[in-house]
Design a protein around this ligand. Structure first.
Ligand code: GTR
Length: 397
């Protein structure tokens, strides 16, 4: 009997402890939070010009994300080779050209090969802007035979709009798996990163893969490599943002429902938390990130600063109304709180204080947002919005 009583007391204590970390979906319980300063340098200097931002504050913030959240994305290797292993100039009933490219990267005499899949439209004269998807949903979503048409990668619609569409399966660079994530570029090319507290992990490795895809596009005359649009959904969206922040060759960075550790503010206590994400997916982040579980206020950054790193290149944030786990409002605020950096460049963004209505797109220089009706997914509706935004940004229509 005594033991039973003890057990119940333990149970109550344990569950209230857990409550501290439990998910909140009640707007009235979000509470107050103070974001780190975007435009004050570590020396206390106020940033008021793009030059100060680029020379001082941007590198400081980039390093903070590297050291505390995602880890590095190494840039060095000894050799890169591209081999077009398949080409079909009459794909999609003659509307597009399909290419499958094997990209082999060598460092310290070890190599990794990733496969890039791409379609470019045939009825165009100029090189085309290219959508590049960091794809964690598997190769089946990018069926090159087009027998299986998946709304996650709606190649026909993108080709019809005059853009190229491409993607690679993240498994080629770093499997999306707690145990196997090193079985790719980490084991083969960058083993020293595994031991580092700010070493590359899953999300950074996928970004590394996207960078190698752009290395290829720079050599392919059918692609306008100055107009690359990096796209990722959810975990892919987190990676797309981190990659877009690093690699200035990305013209538009799209984050679709990237949520926690993506576009959503971490200090806003709503939906997924740093504790949940680092418990379930520790291998996405550098080991240092875990210390901020239940301790978000101590983070030296918040996610609006990640978005700000991309400016003045364009950023598009998409969310879905029923995807509360990813905190649509927190994602909107992530974009909104990055505004001071857009403004530094003379870009008058003026986002309204509240999120726009569901299915209402907002386009500003150089940012866009929508909150689609429905659940967590990337759909043809989302793609239509990305295309509309790209048309405006690239001045195509
Ligand atoms: C969830 C994870 C999210 C998001 C999502 C996805 O389980 O908690 O942060 O990344 O997976 O990638 O679909």
């Amino acid at each position: 009997m005594k033991n039973l009583k003890k057990f119940f007391i333990f149970l109550i204590l344990f569950s209230s402890l857990k409550m501290g970390y439990a998910q909140n979906y009640d707007e009235s319980k979000v509470g107050e939070y103070l974001l780190p300063e975007l435009l004050i340098t570590e020396n206390g200097q106020t940033v008021s010009t793009p030059e100060q931002w680029e020379k001082i504050r941007r590198p400081e913030i980039l390093k903070l994300f590297e050291d505390h959240v995602y880890g590095q994305i190494p840039k060095d290797f000894d050799d890169i080779k591209f081999k077009v292993i398949k080409q079909d100039k009459k794909a999609m009933d003659g509307k597009a050209t399909l290419k499958e490219v094997a990209i082999t990267v060598t460092r310290n005499r070890k190599s990794v090969t990733m496969n890039l899949l791409m379609f470019t439209p045939n009825k165009v004269k100029k090189p085309v802007p290219m959508f590049l998807v960091i794809n964690h949903r598997g190769i089946k979503t990018m069926d090159v035979t087009r027998q299986n048409k998946d709304g996650f990668w709606p190649a026909e619609e993108v080709i019809e709009a005059g853009y190229g569409i491409s993607g690679f399966d993240v498994i080629d660079v770093s499997p999306d798996d707690k145990v196997k994530f090193t079985e790719g570029i980490l084991d083969q090319l960058y083993p020293e990163q595994i031991k580092m507290d700010n070493g590359m992990r899953g999300l950074g490795a996928w970004g590394w893969g996207a960078a190698r895809a752009i290395d290829y596009f720079e050599k392919d005359k059918s692609v306008d490599a100055t107009k690359i649009i990096s796209v990722g959904h959810s975990r892919g969206g987190k990676s797309s943002l981190w990659f877009g922040a690093q690699d200035k060759r990305v013209a538009i960075t799209v984050s679709n429902e990237s949520g926690n550790s993506g576009a959503a503010l971490s200090r806003r206590n709503f939906g997924e938390t740093v504790d949940r994400i680092t418990t379930n997916f520790p291998y996405w982040f550098c080991p240092n990130y875990r210390q901020y579980a239940g301790n978000e206020d101590k983070l030296p950054v918040d996610q609006h600063m990640l978005i700000a790193l991309i400016v003045p290149r364009a950023v598009y944030v998409a969310s879905a109304a029923e995807d509360l786990w990813a905190d649509p409002k927190g994602q909107y605020l992530g974009l909104k709180k990055a505004q001071p950096v857009f403004n530094l460049y003379g870009l008058e963004t003026n986002l309204p204080p509240e999120m726009p209505d569901v299915n209402e797109q907002i386009i500003r220089p150089h940012m866009g947002f929508h909150n689609r009706e429905g659940k967590h997914n990337m759909t043809p509706y989302d793609w239509q919005q990305f295309i509309r935004f790209a048309d405006v940004y690239f001045d195509r229509k």
